[in-house]
Design a protein around this ligand. Structure first.
Ligand code: KIV
Ligand code: ZN
Length: 568
């Protein structure tokens, strides 16, 4: 593979490497995946969605799940089926459709360690060709005392009973010891021994609060490796899960791999609770760019010596940028420009000295190039004269499968855009479709027209043909005031928390992409809205209206149960 510099001095971490014997699983055999790879467990649809305001509806989750399968993830945590009927339905549809495509990922559902959660989870994931139940309970004293109000011995009994139940339903069971990194290691080992004895096939060590450091992680994982039967024989796979509160989650995961971990739990763009989860793209690209180093760690001398082109994960790198954009527009979680691998500046060289060196030899200031992760593909794909068939075919290539109604709406938007913009790129198409998906469901507020009058010597005035007209300090403010005034009459009480605007591609006629996050004061819940248009004020108002429609649609739906905040 080209586009990356790999010639450099390698320095040993000084930590003895743990060689893990891996037995191929039924999923490895059926899909032809290398059993010795690092398994990528994606939890964007579950833990990622736990970011405030990032909730996706079933249609959006399905769209993302399809793309995650194309990306090549191994395990897709589709949701927490006991959370709500909506989440159950989303997981079930993903299990049916994505879990049965050619070369499918394992479809996993989360369940607290209770019979109710586990049975509901099984019902949702059962249609998948390779289902997995992921059950968890906390093992740290602080959680036992203040959250669970249970003794250690009660927790051990729950593990035995609930893992056994899960295993009686499903051959693939993952057990997580929540807050493992703040647990007494001796107790953690005992909890894991109980889980293995009851039938768990994957053991997960979550750094729930993002507390641990890489050396500590290495020591903790080695302790588990040495003290829990099943891992050294290759019958049980060891996994890590972690949050980024101190910005160390990816470094922790890499240290864990040196100690015997072969499954990593990540999210696209690192979205998730609080500071987010370990980021898929960072972890995967670290294993790619530094694959000579990690190949040695994993005992893959064939790769390290250059005899084999095999990668250490099953990820299709070229799908990374597209998946990142999709997650951002579906969840409303904006990617910071300086974000590693997928940020807008990740491959830009600004200073004169850097540019000079880079032009002489890219390797002077670059360890990977944009095209490796598919970030450099702005190919012109369609134009004004393109028909529906070409439009549909290109969307399918981009990973979007739309029904007739969705396709019709998207096509109308495409034609409107093509009238105003000469060249329509893949990124434009993705923006059109993502904006359209957000509108699925009943629309309580429909934006008909936005008209803005502004200039350096006048007060900006916005006319929103939602219902009324109002003025404010800036164009967008003005329009937002107008929309707010209308929706207030319909019982909504919202506060704008975040507003961000960026351009989808470069050029004066580029689509403006807007993400907003609003708080519904009545429910104290956060919703996001996304829209793209060549006119940024129109995109702003449409994004706001989309977020309001989400508030409105959720007005009478019960607050979903949070898997970790609500004790069973
Ligand atoms: O952070 C955490 O501990 C989790 C578990 C449910 C795996 O998300
Ligand atoms: Zn988590």
């Amino acid at each position: 593979m080209t586009g990356v510099s790999v010639s450099h001095q390698e320095i040993s971490s000084g930590r003895p490497v743990v060689r893990v014997p891996i037995k191929p699983t039924a999923h490895d055999l059926a899909t032809g995946r290398d059993p010795e790879r690092v398994r990528i467990f994606d939890t964007t649809c579950r833990d990622g969605e736990q970011s405030p305001g990032a909730a996706m509806n079933a249609e959006e989750k399905l769209t993302l799940a399809r793309q995650l399968a194309v990306l090549g993830i191994d395990i897709l945590e589709a949701g927490f089926p006991a959370a709500s009927n909506g989440d159950f339905e989303a997981v079930r549809r993903i299990a049916e459709q994505v879990g049965n495509r050619p070369n499918p990922p394992i479809i996993c559902g989360l369940a607290r360690a209770t019979a109710g959660d586990i049975e509901r989870c099984w019902e949702a994931i059962q249609p998948a060709a390779f289902p997995r139940i992921h059950t968890f309970i906390a093992t740290s004293d602080i959680h036992l005392e203040h959250k669970l109000r249970k003794t250690r011995s009660e927790v051990l009994d729950i593990i035995t009973e609930q893992v056994r139940l899960a295993r009686s339903l499903c051959a693939d069971v993952e057990f997580s010891a929540e807050d493992a990194t703040r647990s007494d290691p001796e107790f953690l080992h005992e909890a894991f021994r109980r889980a293995v004895a009851a039938g768990a096939t994957t053991l997960n060590v979550p750094d729930t609060c993002g507390y641990i450091t890489p050396n500590e992680m290495y020591t903790l994982i080695r302790g588990v490796y040495e003290n829990v039967p099943g891992i050294q024989t290759g019958d049980v796979i060891l996994s890590v899960h972690g949050h980024d509160d101190l910005g160390m989650s990816v470094a922790n995961f890499l240290a864990a791999c040196e100690a015997g971990v072969r499954q990593v739990e990540v999210t696209v763009n690192g979205i998730g609770e609080r500071a987010g989860n370990a980021s898929l793209e960072e972890l995967v690209m670290a294993l790619f760019v530094r694959r000579n180093y990690y190949a040695r760690v994993f005992g893959r001398d064939d790769i390290a010596s250059g005899q084999s082109e095999q990668q250490l994960t099953n990820i299709q790198f070229k799908e990374i940028a597209k998946t990142s954009r999709m997650v951002s527009s579906l969840t409303g979680m904006v990617v910071a420009p300086n974000k590693a691998v997928v940020g807008a500046n990740a491959f830009r060289h600004e200073s004169g000295i850097h540019q000079h060196g880079y032009l002489r030899n890219a390797a002077t200031y670059s360890i990977m190039s944009a095209d490796v992760v598919g970030a450099a593909t702005n190919a012109i794909s369609l134009g004004k004269l393109s028909g529906r068939a070409a439009f549909r075919a290109r969307l399918a290539e981009l990973g979007y499968e739309l029904n007739e109604d969705e396709l019709n709406r998207a096509f109308v938007r495409f034609k409107e855009l093509a009238d105003r913009k000469r060249e329509i790129t893949d990124a434009d198409l993705e923006a059109i479709v993502s904006g359209g998906l957000k509108e699925i469901g009943v629309e309580h507020f429909k934006l008909k027209r936005v008209q803005v009058q502004c200039g350096s010597a006048s007060i900006p005035t916005a006319t929103v043909t939602l219902l009324v007209m109002e003025t404010g300090k800036e164009e967008t403010d003005a329009a937002y005031c107008a929309v707010n005034a209308v929706v207030a009459q319909h019982g909504l009480d919202v506060e704008l928390l975040e507003y961000s605007v960026s351009s989808v591609t470069s050029g004066i006629d580029s689509l403006g992409e807007v993400m907003v996050r609003v708080r519904d004061r009545r429910m104290n819940r956060i919703f996001s809205g996304y829209a793209a248009d060549t006119d940024v004020v129109t995109a702003s108002v449409q994004a706001f209206v989309n977020a309001l429609n989400r508030c409105s649609r959720n007005t009478n739906t019960p607050q979903p149960i949070h898997p970790q905040h609500s004790s069973a």
